[in-house]
Ligand binder design. Structure first.
Ligand code: SDX
Length: 376
């Protein structure tokens, strides 16, 4: 009954499908969206333009980008039935649970958007536009902030900050969050994207696929790491204490969040860009405390484990300086990655193949059924 094939635990290095969306060069530390290097996109593009690129496979013209911006602004509001559900959620609920539940609820009240097929790009735009509203509505209620007002004039990044903080963010703050959204938009077959593709490969609907992805991203080995990085920093009073704190954790065989990666064998190129933004925002806010601690932690982890930073190491320091609470860090990751998740779902619908690997059976050998009366 056993199988001779070799098991690749965690599907490590298994090539599961062909894709035209994202290329990761783990050896050189490069990340490419539809042929464009994320360093160019982070320096010159916007999240709306990157979402367009992921969905349509090419950069938009000025008119197409303006049209997408208008589309996003028109898709930010939630149906009243869904805001009612949101308002019944406990204020101390995990925001990733709130996000997952609300996307699921949206599917019930707007079935027209949840199409399963290449035409479901409308649903992709809807969810991408609405996630900041879901997060903002929930957070404003628990923080006692006023209700979100429609702000069609705001870009996606500016609207995200306004929705969460009820603030009029500075251009530098908007630029910082826009870069973070660009850098988190896609990453090939990471666990949450793969979960979305598995769901879509059964021809289930787009909203179900995104619900699967949100549940997957919640895990601290995937999306939740950026929150735990800040918890680590809260334990380190000053950079000169970083070595002792990190070594104590490693001595207990704990993982240092924000380090290591299944694919990158050198520094995650997103960490390189985010480190620079952590310094830039720290200088602008005159608070380099987190940046200095992270630089010290990096040195220790490299020395002790030879591990490089990943995307989650510096993002939390930037979000904290922008005034965003820790438990919204992973939801912000989701608000960006929903563009990549939905691009992969559309690609799956276009070239559908039910995703169904096999397992090597290592259970008990065949045996005769024993009636309960005869069991000892
Ligand atoms: C993301 O897949 C993606 O692309 C994900 C992502 C995306 O954009 O979607 O890039 C986003 O998830 C980034 C990663 C965020 N997670 C963390 O920062 C959590 C900490 N990192 C690790 O848990 C780990 O590095 C993983 C999960 C990211 C990758 O782990 P692997 O490839 O399965 O490697 P492994 O667990 O087999 O570890 C190999 C060795 C082990 O040592 P030994 O037990 O063999 O002695 O390296 C050690 C591990 O203990 N190790 C770490 C470590 N990461 C690996 N030791 C301490 N701290 C760490 N962070």
């Amino acid at each position: 009954m056993g199988s001779e094939s070799v098991v690749q635990r965690g599907l490590q290095d298994v090539v599961a499908l062909e894709s035209r969306i994202c290329f990761i060069d783990g050896k050189q530390g490069r990340l490419i969206y539809r042929g464009y290097d994320i360093r160019d996109l982070a320096a010159q593009s916007t999240f709306e333009e990157v979402a367009y690129l992921l969905w349509y496979g090419r950069l938009p013209t000025a008119a197409e980008l303006a049209s997408l911006r208008t589309t996003f602004a028109g898709l930010r509001a939630l149906p009243p039935q869904v805001t009612e559900i949101l308002d019944r959620m406990p204020k101390d609920a995990n925001p990733m649970d709130v996000l997952r539940t609300t996307v699921s609820a949206l599917a019930i009240f707007e079935p027209g958007e949840t199409k399963s097929g290449p035409s479901s790009i409308g649903g992709a735009q809807r969810l991408t536009a609405a996630l900041p509203t879901i997060l903002g509505h929930f957070h404003r209620r628990r923080a006692g902030l006023p209700a979100i007002r429609p702000r069609p004039e705001l870009s996606h990044a500016a609207y995200l900050l306004y929705a969460l903080l009820n603030a009029e963010p500075s251009p530098l703050d908007v630029n910082a969050i826009d870069v973070a959204l660009i850098l988190h938009a896609d990453h090939e077959l990471n666990a949450s994207t793969f979960a979305a593709r598995v769901t879509a490969s059964t021809l289930s609907d787009l909203y179900s696929a995104v619900t699967s992805a949100i549940g997957t991203l919640k895990g601290p080995l995937h999306g939740g790491a950026n929150e735990r990085v800040m918890e680590l920093l809260d334990e380190i009073p000053s950079p000169d204490r970083a070595e002792a704190v990190v070594q104590a954790r490693l001595a207990k065989h704990e993982r240092i969040m924000g380090f290591g990666h299944r694919v990158y064998r050198v520094e995650d190129p997103r960490a390189t860009v985010l480190r620079e933004w952590s310094r830039k925002i720290g200088e602008e806010k005159k608070d380099l405390h987190y940046y200095d601690l992270l630089r010290a932690v990096e040195l220790v982890v490299m020395k002790e484990k030879g591990l490089y930073p990943n995307v989650d190491l510096y993002s939390g320091s930037i979000y904290t300086l922008l005034g965003i609470p820790h438990d919204l860090f992973t939801p912000i990751f989701a608000a960006s990655r929903v563009s990549g998740w939905t691009a992969h779902v559309l690609e799956e619908y276009d070239d559908l193949r039910l995703i169904r690997p096999t397992a090597a059976y290592v259970g008990p050998p065949e045996q005769r059924y024993v009636p309960i009366a005869e069991r000892k």
